[in-house]
Design a protein around this ligand. Structure first.
Ligand SMILES: [Zn+2]
Ligand SMILES: [Zn+2]
Ligand SMILES: [Zn+2]
Ligand SMILES: [Zn+2]
Ligand SMILES: [Zn+2]
Ligand SMILES: [Zn+2]
Ligand SMILES: [Zn+2]
Length: 1673
């Protein structure tokens, strides 16, 4: 069948291409029955274009559809070439002043917290930046898709409704101008015709439900029967299930299945098979069978291919309509008209209605296409917006029901449009009045909650999963109600009032069903069996919170209720809380505890706890205080206790009812607390004489009394209003200081000291934990300020007149009785009948009463009598029990009680205040009371006494604290002690080396790091301690090895070419490092030293432990033991090998240190060349088979061995076995990691990798020092210093464990790259060699040759000549590549000797390159370039020779400042005028330079055929990030997934190293890496960072570190809000700005190669990070 189809397809294409749009349109214009004509056209062509086999070709389809189908329509509509026609329409159009931009997923949206009418009013980025709101307080979020920009909507903004761009259009707008006036009659008529036909066609076909039959007018004459098996999306099955099922059902690969599943998830459907009916049906049945086990099966349909074709075109058509109406508001209006026109079937038959009502039956893709069309048409036209709103309201109930039963997310439902309609105040009011919207919403809501108990109350207790699912969806209705109520009406019409009242009735009905829903019954016998469902009821209550307050705003509630009835419900509730706290409901399980938690929680308390308190206050203020207190005592069931004289004594004699007594004590405490709240809580406007600001201020003061807090923490602890505002910004300055954050941490608010006096220990929003924390914090503060520690109640604002009588509770008889009773119990101090918190509360109440009386006295008007006489009442002795002492007397007794130490200060404060009040009273009356004087006198002497005692107590306390501190010090972990010990050793080491550096033993004149003139270094003995066994040992050649924990990793930090990739590591030759440094091997160490054998034992045990652990359950660890990873036993730093500690290796081999008469460079090169030649001949001999033995011997005889060269000599290895073993261990590890190959200690590349790692690590450290502007030899951190020293010495000693001939071979090849010899095949040209790597390789390989040389050339001479040779090659390299630009500055004639020399050198080069090199005339300029270019090389060389030979650095280079060029030259034994080098060795250099320049690559470079690295190489930086985070979000929102054609990426993630945006954490972009599927980020790390990556997850505002496939962590992002806080997850939406310091810190981690280490530490600290599948990100 397929073979027959192929030619047909091609034939068809041709006939399609020949179809002319203009001609077709012409035919249509003539047609009598246009509908029929068009339908025939579509019936003929649509299936030809859209159903062409199993896979869609979107580009081809679009192209053809435009040519054959849409083209004619455009021609028809315009009556001329559409290009002309549409541009004419566009010109005459008066554009809308509405922006209306429809948001894409992830696009940033902005809301102004000052001007938006409600939080749903948002602006697109462009409008926002052009609006006045950018300077206001704004909030930024990312859109979930759907919704549009409200710019230009005057109802959405209190101020500044237009941005600059849309403002322009407003001037021309006249009232309700009909946009059709700008169109010609003809165009109107034709548009109307074509829109009507096309819109109807699209609706018809999209809502078509038959699977194999087309609508009659689209039936084809010639019909080929092919089918699609169409798979639909649901929210029940997981990706994995779908993928698995598809593989089985349609026999596809996993890749294809992933592709299908991704499209199904994105578009809502995808055909998974194409063919005849049977073939498709078979796949369908497999899918259904496989997915129906636990859930309802996936939806699959076998559809006729022509239906699918027409549906695809239907969708195309809708988006086409959407774009056409963009040309003109007139066209838009016509489309609206067509859409809302009632069809032949009356009500609900308009096209718009039909689409809405089939919404839940359509697949995702179809829904979003038509939703977008609605938004760009109906919602953008002022007239039709209203009409549409009415249709929406009329269908509201049905749409919501559809939504509730559907399983798609709300953003894919038409119901979600409610936010666009209901939040427009005029529309909302119109809908309330005309469509009774409020009632409809509430009734619909109630309808969906049918589960009621016998009393008709909601019953959530035994909800099934399905009911719970429905319940979650129903909640969106509450949101709708909220939208409708958001803006309060400015004037009420009769209609509005009536409809509102009707809605209110319905709402009361709803509240009635909630009142007492899910009541709780105290379980006294058994513990309940099952935790009841309580969350639903609470969610409902929480969701309604704002609606209730909004309802209250809309109307004033007036109900006539008697006070005792008013207080009944709230009181019951509060008593319940008290009882729970007293442990009386313990058997009722956790649900009750949870409910009480939420009752007080900041999210709910406004409508729960707070309202109950106000309600109680209202009731009580209307009652006699004694009456109220009696009710309270009885509700708390404490009546008995306080009416029984001697209760205390009785109880203490009985010992049986301990639990009961305890319970009663708690209840008394709770009751006292409640009284404190009733009298003290006056900060709700209306209750006390305060305003809203005072209320919020007080909340903040109390939160900050607990501890200083960050902005977000504070926001979380404050209640939000319906606009998500706390009102905090307006008052925070008044009560708190802001402390800016450092490099880590967050900005903090600290309470201003003067606000501390407003602290109320019994603040009603404190939880118990908060209360005790606050108490402790405040007492501590007072102690620090050397004040007494009393925490008296604050001075309160007066009550409003209606509530004024509340204060009388404090001086009521019952209250006084309670106070006296509690004090009495305290005085008696017997057993468990009283508690300290009981007393503390009584003291607080007394304090409140005193404050109250004092206030009254101070504010009293003349001639008025103060009726608040608490002081008098407490001075009187009590009546019952018989003649008990007065409250005052008891307090005086108690202040000396030894068991009340904590409360002494408070009692003292009470007595002092009491006296102060007395004084005020006396001064206002005439008769002084002598008695008072006495009391005061007494008081003061008592004061002294007390002060003394207090001082002693304080001393005792301090002593106690000191002992405690000592104890805890001693308890610190063993390893900590070791750590300290060790650090001491380290510091000691450091100080020793510092002393040595300046020691007089080294002459201060000029220090020279290398060569025959090297400054002699006295031998240093080094003692180190093993961190594992604590034994000290000297580092010696023959002793046991000591090692440093080390971490070797591949690195691209210095890379200048990230696209390079080693194809086959097994065959890769690393001998020459390319100057692009594309991939290096870095070695780092934490600097911790162990015995090699101690380390081996430790590592073996870690390995064994891991193996055991993995057998049991495969737990992840932060390190990969199988890969040789372990954590440093001391600092837990990630390591994967160890470096042996060695003495300077040169001293060992250079026993013949003092030579006279050393060869010059020319002689040396000649000698070495001879030696190399000899070796090569010998090597050839060895490799030829034995049969030719005699001949070989002859050759050897003939061979002229250079004088003193003994190639048969093999030096003895001086190192101990253990050191040799460690040399091999580290070498092999470097080889394994650096090349990513299996370990093989015999591989000839091992020594190369060791030298390479040494060179690369030095280069990376040189860059760090340079970037941070630190002097080269500034004191490095110990760990770095130790690491570099060990690494260099190791690399220098490694040849002793490698094969001598291999190392010699490497040397020969390296040498030949500069001094050409025979037989070396292809060597890189000097443009392609990193000279520092070459230098290190040559110097470190040289001993392998030199050890066989007995001619008297010293190692130092070799070093010096190698160094000079490489330096000259580097200068040539720089001259060739880096001297291209010559600035116009006229320095030409100022010609120093050096400048002339360099100019001459350049001229020589010019000559050798056949004049291909650009001409330069400025010696000054050349010299400057060379000096700048060579500097990094010289600095690296200085570090290298310093660590190799141990010559202390000259003090000049240790200081920062100038470039130290001369000092460097001196230290490196280089002439200051380094052009001299060339002149001194004129002859040989001439030859060499010529050979370098003649290389073909040099020629190609100079002719512009290839690139080369120029010098100095610039340091790599992380990419530049924008200052404003929203521009990043915007950038990411435009980012399309590169794999799934044109789809938005869900987790766009930015590589901070190279700036690539990736589609992370998604199936679409998974790729295979080493046989495993990995996410885009992990895949990217392999190409960009050789396994290490630094990313910014843009939607989450989170930095992601990745290393390898299993390691990762999140890191705090470099973006902060104005409060110095990050916003990971973008939950708060405050504007975020780049913090450069933090970004630098991330960059530094990268430069230092510390990313992996950072991940290790994060994973060790937080084990949950280990379990994340990092490779899928
Ligand atoms: Zn906009
Ligand atoms: Zn705008
Ligand atoms: Zn604003
Ligand atoms: Zn040890
Ligand atoms: Zn360590
Ligand atoms: Zn990258
Ligand atoms: Zn993707």
């Amino acid at each position: 069948m397929a073979s027959e189809l192929e030619p047909e397809v091609q034939g068809l294409d041709r006939s399609l291409l020949e179809c002319s749009a203009e001609e077709t349109a012409g035919k249509w214009l003539q047609a009598t029955d246009l509908t029929r004509e068009v339908n025939q056209h579509l019936a003929h062509y649509v299936p030809k274009i859209y159903c062409r086999g199993p896979n869609p070709f979107p580009q081809k389809e679009d192209m053809l559809a435009h040519q054959v189908l849409l083209g004619p329509m455009e021609w028809y509509l315009c009556g001329e070439d559409p290009e002309l026609g549409f541009s004419k329409l566009e010109q005459t159009n008066k554009p809308s002043h509405l922006c209306g931009r429809v948001f894409k997923v992830g696009e940033p949206t902005y809301s102004c917290r000052d001007c938006a009418v409600d939080p749903t009013c948002v602006l697109c980025m462009e409008c926002f930046l052009g609006s006045i709101h950018r300077d206001h307080r704004y909030r930024m979020t990312t859109s979930g898709g759907g919704g549009f920009c409200d710019c230009g909507d005057t109802e959405a903004w209190k101020e500044g409704p237009y941005c600059q761009k849309h403002e322009l259009n407003t001037s021309e707008i006249e009232e309700e101008e009909d946009p059709l006036v700008h169109l010609s009659e003809d165009v109107i008529a034709r548009t109307y015709n074509i829109f009507a036909i096309m819109f109807r066609y699209a609706v018809e076909i999209l809502t078509w439900e038959k699977e194999s039959e087309l609508p009659p007018d689209l039936e084809m004459v010639e019909k080929s029967d092919t089918y699609y098996c169409m798979l639909f999306n649901d929210e029940v099955h997981t990706y994995e299930q779908v993928i698995y099922t598809l593989q089985k059902a349609v026999n596809c690969t996993q890749k294809e299945a992933i592709g299908f599943a991704t499209t199904v998830d994105r578009d809502g459907r995808r055909s998974v098979r194409y063919g005849d009916f049977q073939y498709c049906e078979q796949a369908k049945s497999v899918i259904v069978r496989n997915t129906s086990r636990q859930t309802k099966p996936l939806k699959v349909q076998v559809m006729h291919s022509s239906i699918v074709a027409h549906q695809n075109f239907g969708l195309k058509l809708l988006s086409w309509l959407g774009s056409i109406i963009g040309y003109s508001d007139g066209l838009r209006r016509i489309l609206c008209q067509v859409g809302l026109q009632e069809g032949p079937n009356g009500e609900n038959s308009s096209l718009v209605d039909r689409l809405m009502l089939s919404d839940s039956k359509l697949w995702k893709g179809a829904r979003s296409v038509y939703h977008q069309l609605f938004m760009s048409s109906l919602l953008m036209d002022l007239k039709y917006k209203k009409l549409f709103a009415v249709r929406f309201a009329k269908n509201y109930e049905r749409l919501q029901s559809d939504y509730v039963t559907d399983d798609h997310d709300r953003e894919f439902s038409i119901a979600d449009l409610s936010v666009q309609i209901f939040t427009v105040p005029s529309l909302a009011r119109m809908l309330i009045t005309e469509e009774n919207l409020m009632t409809i919403i509430i009734k619909t809501f109630m309808d969906h909650l049918r589960h009621r108990d016998a009393q008709g109350r909601f019953q959530f207790e035994r909800y099934t999963a399905l009911q719970a699912f429905k319940f979650r969806r129903v909640q969106s209705l509450i949101l709708d109600l909220k939208y409708v109520l958001i803006s309060k009406p400015t004037e009420w019409s009769d209609d509005l009032r009536q409809k509102f009242l009707e809605g209110f009735d319905a709402f009361l009905e709803l509240l009635k069903c909630m009142q007492g829903m899910d009541p709780v019954t105290r379980q006294v016998g058994q513990h309940i069996e099952m935790e009841p469902e309580w969350e639903a009821a609470f969610t409902l209550q929480m969701k309604l919170t704002h609606v209730i307050s909004m309802m209250q705003d809309w109307c004033a509630l007036d109900s006539e209720l008697s006070p005792p009835m008013l207080i009944e419900h709230p009181l019951r509730c509060l008593v319940l809380c008290a009882q729970v706290h007293a442990g009386m409901w313990r058997r009722n399980g956790f649900s009750l505890v949870n409910q009480i938690y939420y009752y007080h929680n900041v999210k709910c308390r406004r409508e729960m706890f707070d309202k109950d308190i106000v309600m109680l206050q209202t009731g009580v203020s209307m009652m006699d205080p004694n009456h109220f207190l009696m009710i309270m005592l009885s509700r708390f069931e404490l009546h008995q206790i306080f009416s029984t004289p001697d209760y205390g004594k009785k109880i203490s004699s009985e010992t049986t009812h301990k639990d009961l007594v305890q319970q009663n004590n708690t209840l008394i405490e709770e009751m006292l607390y409640l009284i404190i709240m009733l009298v003290g809580e006056r900060f709700s406007p209306g209750v006390g004489q305060v305003n809203a600001t005072d209320e919020i201020k007080r909340e903040i003061i109390h939160q900050l009394s607990i501890k200083p807090m960050a902005h977000s923490e504070l926001v979380k602890s404050l209640p939000e209003d319906e606009n998500k505002e706390t009102g905090m910004e307006s008052v925070i300055e008044a009560v708190a200081h802001f402390k800016k954050p450092g490099l880590t941490g967050r900005g903090m608010y600290e309470l201003k000291p003067e606000c501390a006096k407003e602290f109320n220990l019994y603040f009603y929003h404190f939880s118990r934990a908060e209360q005790s924390k606050a108490e402790e914090a405040q007492r501590k503060l007072k102690r620090q300020n050397k004040e007494d520690t009393a925490l008296p109640p604050p001075v309160l604002p007066p009550f409003c007149p209606l509530f004024a009588s509340l204060v009388n509770i404090l001086q009521s008889d019952v209250m006084l009785l309670i106070m006296r009773t509690v004090l009495q119990w305290t005085v008696e101090h017997n057993g468990h009948v009283w508690s300290e918190s009981m007393l503390q509360r009584v003291l607080h109440l007394i304090g409140m009463a005193l404050q109250e009386e004092k206030q009254h006295l101070e504010n009293v008007m003349e001639e008025h009598v103060v009726t608040f006489t608490f002081t008098q009442k407490i001075s009187k002795p009590g009546e019952a029990p018989h003649n008990s002492p007065s409250i005052l007397a008891m307090l005086e007794t108690l202040q000396n009680a030894p068991y009340l130490e904590v409360h002494k200060d408070m009692i003292k404060w009470i007595l002092k205040t009491f006296n102060a009040i007395k004084k005020i009273r006396e001064s206002s009356s005439t008769s002084p009371v002598a008695e008072t004087e006495g009391t005061i006198m007494e008081e003061s002497s008592r004061d002294k006494d007390k002060a003394e005692r207090k001082r002693k107590a304080e001393i005792a306390r301090l002593r106690r604290e000191k002992i405690m501190a000592q104890m805890s010090e001693m308890q610190r972990h063993f390893i900590d002690e070791n750590k300290e010990l060790f650090q001491q050793t380290l510091e000691l080491d450091a100080s020793i080396s510092a002393v040595l550096d300046n020691s007089p033993m080294v002459s201060d004149t000029t220090r020279t790091a290398l060569g025959p003139a090297q400054t002699p270094v006295p031998e240093q003995r080094q003692f180190v301690t093993c961190i594992l066994c604590q034994e000290e040992q000297e580092v010696k050649v023959e002793s046991r090895a000591m090692v440093l924990a080390a971490f070797v990793q591949r690195s691209t930090v210095l890379s200048k070419n990230r696209s390079k990739f080693i194809q086959d590591p097994e065959k890769y030759d690393p001998l020459f490092m390319h100057p692009d440094l594309s991939c290096g091997t870095h070695t780092g160490s934490c600097g911790h030293i162990m015995h090699a054998h101690c380390w081996q034992r430790y590592f073996d045990s870690v390995q064994a432990k891991e193996q055991r652990r993995q057998q049991r359950l495969r737990l992840h660890t932060s390190y990969d033991v199988e890969n040789g990873e372990f954590l440093c036993p001391l600092c837990e730093c990630l390591s994967n090998t160890v470096i042996p500690l060695l003495l300077p290796p040169r001293n060992i081999f250079n026993s013949r240190l003092h030579f006279s008469d050393q060869p010059n460079l020319t002689q040396w090169i000649r000698t070495i060349s001879q030696q190399i030649k000899a070796l090569q001949v010998l090597r050839k001999e060895e490799n030829t088979p034995n049969t030719a033995l005699s001949k070989n011997l002859e050759n050897v005889d003939e061979l002229q061995l250079p004088e003193g060269f003994r190639p048969d000599f093999h030096p003895k290895n001086p190192y101990s076995e253990s050191i040799k073993e460690m040399l091999t261990t580290f070498g092999t590890a470097t080889y394994k990691v650096g090349l990513k190959v299996h370990p093989n200690e015999e591989d000839p590349r091992v020594p190369i990798m060791c030298w390479g790692s040494c060179a690369y690590t030095i280069q990376s450290i040189e860059r760090i020092l340079n970037d941070e502007d630190k002097p080269l030899f500034s004191p490095l951190p110990c760990r770095l210093d130790d690491c570099l020293r060990s690494l260099t010495r190791f690399a220098a000693a490694h040849w002793t464990v490698a094969s001598l001939s291999v190392v010699q071979g490497h040397f020969c090849k390296l040498f030949a790259s500069l001094v050409p010899g025979d037989n070396h095949g292809d060597l890189p040209c000097i443009l392609d060699i990193d000279m520092f790597h070459l230098l290190v390789g040559l110097v470190l390989a040289f001993p392998a040759l030199q050890c066989q040389d007995f001619s008297g050339i010293s190692l130092g001479t070799g070093d010096l000549h190698i160094f000079h040779l490489v330096t000259m090659a580097h200068i040539i390299q720089i001259l060739l590549t880096s001297c291209t630009e010559e600035n116009g500055m006229d320095q030409e004639n100022a010609s120093g000797e050096e400048e002339l020399a360099v100019l001459a050198l350049y001229k020589t080069l010019h000559q050798y390159t056949g004049s291909a090199l650009k001409e330069m005339h400025s010696g000054w300029h050349l010299l400057r370039n060379v000096r700048a270019g060579i500097m990094p090389f010289l600095r690296c060389s200085a570090l290298f020779f310093h660590y190799l030979n141990g010559v202390p650095s000259p003090p000049e280079i240790q200081a920062s400042g100038t470039s130290h060029f001369e000092h460097l030259c001196n230290y490196l034994s280089l002439p200051n005028n380094f052009i001299c080098l060339f002149q001194e060795n004129k002859e040989i250099m001439k030859l060499l330079i010529e050979s370098w320049c003649h290389n073909i690559e040099v020629k190609r470079y100079l002719e512009g055929e290839r690139d080369a690295i120029s010098y100095p190489r610039e340091s790599n930086k992380l990419i530049d990030l924008p200052e404003d985070y929203s521009s990043l979000i915007n950038q990411a929102s435009n980012f399309l997934c590169p794999k799934s054609g044109g789809d938005k990426s869900r987790a766009p993630t930015l590589c901070l190293v190279c700036g690539t945006l990736l589609c992370s954490q998604s199936y679409c972009c998974q790729t295979e890496l080493e046989g495993e599927d990995v996410g885009a980020c992990t895949a990217h790390t392999y190409s960009c960072g050789s396994g290490v990556g630094i990313f910014l997850r843009v939607r989450e505002c989170q930095v992601l570190f990745l290393a390898g496939k299993t390691k990762g962590c999140f890191y705090s992002p470099p973006y902060l809000d104005d409060y110095g806080e990050t916003d990971q997850g973008l939950r708060r939406g405050n504007p975020l700005h780049l913090c450069r310091e933090r970004f630098k810190k991330i960059q530094k981690l990268w430069h230092q190669h510390s990313i992996t280490e950072e991940i290790g530490h994060a994973q060790e600290a937080n084990q949950t990070l280990v379990g994340i599948d990092w490779q899928h990100l």
